[in-house]
Design a protein around this ligand. Structure first.
Ligand SMILES: Nc1ncnc2c1ncn2[C@@H]1O[C@H](COP(=O)(O)OP(=O)(O)O)[C@@H](O)[C@H]1O
Ligand SMILES: [Mg+2]
Length: 254
């Protein structure tokens, strides 16, 4: 076993993401000030925080879309600030994303949308045929019949499910969800949450889920972290945080 994996498992659980002393500001606007957190294997970690508190900035730092001012970020044992372009690309193939608004390509069919990540990361296909991976991914979200439709022909909930299928098509080790239920009606939101749980169990994926949907957090979170006052203000299970004696913590669960 190499030293890295030993290090990552010292707490008894393997960290898939480790963030230490993260600092990020835009001019005068300090967004993250000494932010720390870990995500462990097979864990669903929910990150909650007010609008504008820095949740998306945090995710962007973790996936290398934004450069932090200070701090250390390790993803799957690799210090991301030290990776070259190609290593970063390889690491990204282990990470799935589901961002707000689903972000399907409007001018491509469902099939073409799903083929897109496969074209970029052929080496991750393990000898499977594109056609089979696309079908499997769509079946996972119950949408095999939409293969040749355009995104505009799908409901909002179906678009989100296709985006989930696309995020999972490379069977990533980690998946990031940024507000996965925002803009959906409560029933469709519930369906998406159950589907997220379902597919993650199947692939043993760890996830970081950003949401201010309390129902979503209740159903999906093994652990919750509150991003408040630029830092990791509180962490614990849903029950621990929602019954916290700190009124600032409790306020998030109203
Ligand atoms: N590219 C950017 N340039 C300047 N300021 C930014 C940028 N991205 C985010 N911010 C600022 O960072 C803060 C946190 O934003 P964000 O992470 O998007 O919040 P949220 O918690 O709602 O996801 C906000 O004050 C926002 O204006
Ligand atoms: Mg955001």
């Amino acid at each position: 076993m190499d030293d890295l994996s030993n290090n990552r498992a010292t707490s008894g659980r393997t960290e898939v993401i480790s963030i230490k002393g993260l600092y990020k500001s835009f001019g005068e606007n300090v967004v993250l000030d000494d932010f720390n957190m870990n995500i462990y294997e097979d864990e669903n970690l929910v990150l909650m925080g007010k609008s504008g508190s820095g949740k998306s900035v945090l995710i962007k730092c973790v996936i290398g879309l934004m450069q932090p001012d200070k701090g250390k970020i390790e993803v799957l044992g690799k210090d991301i600030t030290k990776l070259g372009q190609q290593e970063m690309d390889e690491l990204r193939a282990e990470i799935g994303f589901l961002f707000q608004g689903s972000a399907l390509y409007d001018s491509m069919t469902v099939r073409e949308n799903l083929e897109f990540p496969l074209r970029r990361h052929r080496n991750k296909m393990n000898g499977n045929r594109t056609k089979d991976l696309v079908m499997e991914a769509l079946e996972n979200v119950g949408l095999a019949h939409t293969l040749d439709l355009m995104p505009a022909e799908l409901s909002g909930g179906m678009q989100r499910r296709v985006a989930l299928a696309r995020a999972l098509i490379l069977k990533p080790k980690i998946i990031f969800y940024d507000e996965p239920t925002t803009g959906l009606d409560p029933i469709t939101a519930k369906e998406i949450i159950l589907l997220m749980l379902d597919v993650q169990k199947k692939y043993n994926t760890s996830s970081l889920i950003i949401t201010h949907d309390v129902d979503c957090a209740r159903v999906i979170a093994n652990r919750i972290i509150l991003l408040y006052e630029k830092t990791n203000y509180a962490e614990g299970t849903f029950t621990e945080l929602s019954t916290s004696p700190d009124p600032k913590v409790k306020a998030f669960f109203k």
